[in-house]
Ligand binder design. Structure first.
Ligand code: NAD
Length: 385
């Protein structure tokens, strides 16, 4: 049986990759970009730096900087208007997963119209939007190499998963220099997000030899460097490893799917505005413990790839080390539980049935090695307290 792998056409990887943007535009025959970003990227000077580099090559780029963290239907509307009303031939998506996901939604809606809800899973979006050149500034989501965008419908508090080759950027410029300014909390949340992508891609029912190779390589880069990047943001070696690991994890999960952690994480994010990486981090230890019995050898491979178990360890020993490590990581990276984050316990419990239903409907739990029903999911949510 063969596997279809979908990737951007160009990956430019390493220090200074983002400065190559004029060459990338030339190779894509694009000359009129709209930069879709957030206010932080403007404040840090990253947007003006890209504009200046392009200006030096005679290319003018407008900026849309009104994207918001965990983008909503309303937040992308102004971007859709601007993209429609200008004569843009591509979008430069600059920022973390939020601006990149916003750009993906804007690129499709500007060209094909309709509402974001029309594009949500189980529809598979095959039509091409405006071409996207993604420039990630966090080492986390892998959105620069995925065929996925996640947009929250604020009227129903649903994080809509939208999937298909139509959302795949044509190019990604993966420049770890841009992550040196990421503060520790975001470094931790995004780094655990990337690690979760790699683990879930590897244990996914849709994993292939190809996605396995990317997932294992990602774990080997991410696991030893996450604490380093968190404690010392200026550690370039750690930042470089995290950035590449995040991209490889993105390639892995985009071609193998994520699983139960992500399925359960989105409803928490939508209902209680928990950043995506943080809700993954809260869930990763308990969902892993629940899932291990269905694929002990796969999880043991993860522990070995992360460098926390040896080839001599039995699968059982390796999995015990994996669980201990996931708990230790959350402690060291100060991942709060739901109560510490400020979530009201009663409100959480009242929403359990809706969250369990939304998690199941996203399709992600079906890829988990141990497939849950709604009551299993509700019970796992209860374990967070
Ligand atoms: P984010 O983009 O929301 O950024 C978090 C915060 O960090 C923001 O305030 C941002 O301005 C700031 N920031 C970003 N880069 C910075 C830098 N270099 N220096 C200083 N501050 C910086 O966070 P994220 O975790 O990268 O993205 C989360 C979003 O990505 C969520 O909406 C999530 O659903 C989505 N996501 C998408 C995919 C996908 O495949 N499309 C996968 C996982 C997550």
């Amino acid at each position: 049986m063969s596997t279809q792998i979908i990737l951007p056409r160009i990956l430019q990887v390493g220090a200074g990759a983002s400065e190559e943007i004029p060459n990338i535009l030339t190779s894509l025959s694009c000359a009129r970009p709209l930069i879709v970003t957030d206010k932080m990227m403007v404040q840090l000077g990253y947007a003006s730096r890209i504009q200046a580099v392009l200006n030096g090559h005679g290319v003018h780029a407008d900026v849309f900087d009104d994207t918001v963290p965990e983008p909503t239907v309303a937040s992308i509307q102004a971007g859709v208007e601007q993209a429609r009303n200008g004569d843009y031939d591509c979008i430069i998506a600059l920022g973390g997963g939020s601006p990149i996901d916003s750009a993906k939604a804007i690129a499709i809606l500007a060209r094909h119209g309709g509402q974001m809800r029309d594009y949500k899973f189980p529809r598979i979006v095959l039509e091409a939007g405006l071409p996207i050149i993604a420039v990630p500034t966090t080492a986390g989501t892998g959105s620069e190499v995925t065929r996925v965008t996640i947009i929250t419908d604020e009227t129903s508090d649903e994080k809509m998963l939208c999937v298909g080759i139509g959302f795949m950027p044509v190019a990604a410029l993966i420049d770890y220099n841009l992550t040196l300014s990421v503060p520790p909390r975001t470094t931790a949340d995004t780094g655990i997000d990337a690690l979760t992508h790699a683990i879930e891609a590897y244990v996914s029912k849709k994993a292939s030899l190809y996605s396995d190779s990317q997932a294992l390589a990602a774990m080997a880069l991410l696991a030893p460097n996450l604490r380093r990047a968190y404690h010392n943001g200026a550690d370039r070696e750690a930042r470089e490893a995290m950035m590449l690991g995040s991209t490889l994890a993105g390639v892995a999960f985009s071609n193998a799917s994520v699983a139960l952690v992500h399925g359960m994480s989105r409803p928490i994010g939508a209902a209680f505005h928990v950043p995506h990486g943080l809700s993954n981090a809260m869930l990763l230890p308990c969902v892993t413990a629940w899932s291990i019995p269905a694929a002990p050898e796969r999880y043991a491979d993860c522990a070995r790839a992360m460098g926390i178990a040896t080839q001599q360890d039995s699968d059982e020993q390796a999995n015990a080390k994996l669980l201990a490590e996931l708990h230790a990581l959350n402690d060291e990276l100060k991942v709060p539980g739901p109560a510490q984050f400020g979530i009201d316990r009663q409100q959480f419990m009242d929403l359990l049935p809706v969250m369990a239903e939304q998690a199941l409907a996203s399709g992600s739990p079906g890829n988990n090695p141990r497939v849950p029903d709604a009551e299993d999911i509700a019970e796992l949510y209860r374990q967070l307290w």
